[in-house]
Write a protein that binds this ligand. Structure first.
Ligand SMILES: Cc1cc2nc3c(=O)[nH]c(=O)nc-3n(C[C@H](O)[C@H](O)[C@H](O)COP(=O)(O)OP(=O)(O)OC[C@H]3O[C@@H](n4cnc5c(N)ncnc54)[C@H](O)[C@@H]3O)c2cc1C
Length: 481
């Protein structure tokens, strides 16, 4: 009998299904009751996950059998990777089965001739990055949750992160996929070729589908040449227009080597540098309105360093950079990145509403000024900060309302969250923005999907969902109802 089970409280059908799943994955790979309670539901939520059971298959064949068995009983299934997603795509209820890919975490092959790596979906992103580096290659997807998030989760959310400017989103890193459909059918499309225009490219359907169309089990990833030289700098600007002018100037002067241009508003820079640790001193004065963490990657250490410094000097001479510090060692580069990556710096201020939006660069400054003013009217004591991947049109906002009447899970918090959502999301429609730049829609953004997708688009998305998962058993209530 599975560890910690309470089968007496279950109806017979569920009981039989759980026995079946236990036979498929093995007793030790199915958790219920007390064994489930010992786990955390999310990287930032220590409460146990809600589910009838959590299964951890070890092969694609097991995933297929689990899904076929659940589908036959109309049993809903929520797929889990590293549970670091930020839109509630991993949320489950006590009626769901959770399917975790954590035990399918093998790097199966690194092919240096075709510059590809074949991995199981439960591989941790950082493990993949390290394996690529050990093979003198580079896997460019990078984000703050690298130590916990999985390749399957990165694919399911079409993750973005810190290197999109040069290398694109997760979609651009995937050459082939193996996916299991709701009824257990395995689509094995483990293509290794850069060019393969043979009809519909089915893998694209599943990238970014947030576990609603199929379960990703394996992937062929594209590797890039390793960079011999990495230049990192922190820049400060007096005006937003100077930051955008610098972005454009460096993009052309560095011949495509610019791999990151991360903008920080003063409010984020202050909160971040004040909350790293006591010994941390801000790399630049804290009074500038805007900052940018920039990175360039190249092949020739001396030439690249010279070109990087010359490009910065030229932009500074044109009057666009107010101050700058260029990292002289990898340790200094880490300190600069620590400022950008300290996205938990508002955690101490209690309830937080976090946003991931995209909008034209030309609208960003005004949008933030107007949005902040509206938010202050609604939440006069709020802590507000803004940062993001400006070159990818992507900003992140964090709002801590600082209102003692708000408690987590209470109705008033839901209402306050909705009010903040309206203020942040509503103006995006008119300027061609999106309510999600990189995190997806999941559960928490689905009410606002109509602001960035037309009725026709949503209708076709629903038709695709029904044709691949007619019983709607996969990740119910995510993206749309
Ligand atoms: C500190 C921090 C920084 C972050 N920075 C970024 C960032 O810069 N850019 C960015 O894009 N995201 C970022 N994120 C969000 C998150 O890390 C990404 O969305 C990541 O891709 C999720 O991977 P995961 O394995 O944790 O997926 P999970 O959270 O487990 O799942 C996410 C979604 O994918 C589905 N899913 C998971 N695995 C599979 C699978 N094998 N098959 C089918 N569906 C699956 C789930 O059902 C769910 O809907 C950040 C998160 C944190 C905590």
């Amino acid at each position: 009998m599975p560890e910690g089970s309470h089968i007496t409280q279950m109806d017979t059908v569920k009981h039989e299904l759980i026995e079946k799943l236990s036979n498929i994955v093995g007793e030790r790979n199915l958790l219920q009751g007390d064994a489930l309670i010992q786990r955390s539901r999310h990287f930032n939520d220590a409460r146990p996950p809600e589910a009838i059971a959590l299964v951890m298959p070890t092969t694609t064949e097991q995933v297929s059998k689990v899904l076929a068995s659940c589908n036959a009983e109309n049993q809903t299934v929520v797929t889990h990777g590293g549970v670091t997603g930020l839109v509630g795509g991993d949320h489950s209820s006590s009626d769901d089965v959770i399917l975790s890919l954590e035990r399918m975490n093998t790097i199966e092959d690194i092919d240096l001739q075709s510059s590809t790596m074949t991995v199981q979906a439960g591989c941790i992103l950082e493990t993949v990055q390290k394996a690529a580096a050990d093979a003198d290659k580079f896997f460019p997807l990078d984000l703050g949750a690298r130590g916990s998030c999985t390749i399957g989760g990165n694919i399911a959310t079409n993750a973005g992160g810190l290197s999109v400017l040069r290398y694109g989103m997760m979609r651009n890193q995937v050459l082939g996929l193996e996916v299991v459909l709701a009824d257990g059918t395995v689509i094995s499309s483990l293509n290794h070729l850069l060019k393969n225009n043979s009809g519909y490219d089915l893998k694209q359907l599943f990238i970014g589908s947030e576990g609603t169309l199929g379960v990703v089990t394996r992937a062929v990833l594209r590797l890039q040449p390793a960079a011999n030289s990495i230049q990192t700098a922190l820049l400060a600007f007096d005006q937003f227009s100077q930051a955008t002018a610098t972005l454009h100037a460096l993009s052309s002067k560095l011949n495509g080597q610019l791999s990151a241009f991360e903008i920080l508003w003063n409010n984020f820079y202050r909160l971040s540098t004040e909350n790293i640790d006591e010994s941390f001193s801000p790399p630049l004065d804290s009074d500038y309105p805007f900052y940018a963490v920039i990175e360039a990657r190249g092949d020739n250490i001396q030439q690249d360093e010279l070109a990087f410094n010359q490009a910065l000097e030229q932009v500074a001479e044109a009057g666009d950079i107010a101050d700058a510090v260029v990292a002289q060692s990898s340790q200094q580069a880490q300190q600069i990145w620590a400022v950008r990556e300290n996205v938990e710096c508002t955690k101490q201020y209690g309830i937080r509403f976090r946003y991931d939006i995209s909008l034209p660069i030309a609208n960003m400054e005004q949008y933030i000024v107007e949005t902040e003013a509206e938010l202050i009217e609604q939440f006069p004591n709020m802590i507000f900060c803004c940062y993001g991947h400006i070159a990818d049109n992507n900003l992140h906002l964090q709002i801590s309302p600082q209102d003692d009447t708000l408690t987590i899970d209470a109705a008033n918090t839901t209402q306050a969250h909705h009010q903040a959502n309206q203020i942040v999301y509503q103006p995006l429609q008119a300027i061609g923005g999106s309510i999600s730049a990189e995190h997806g829609i999941g559960k928490i953004k689905k009410t606002y999907l109509h602001l960035c997708k037309s009725d026709v688009e949503i209708s076709i998305m629903k038709q695709l969902k029904l044709s691949l998962d007619p019983k709607s058993v996969l990740n119910p209530g995510k993206i749309f109802d």
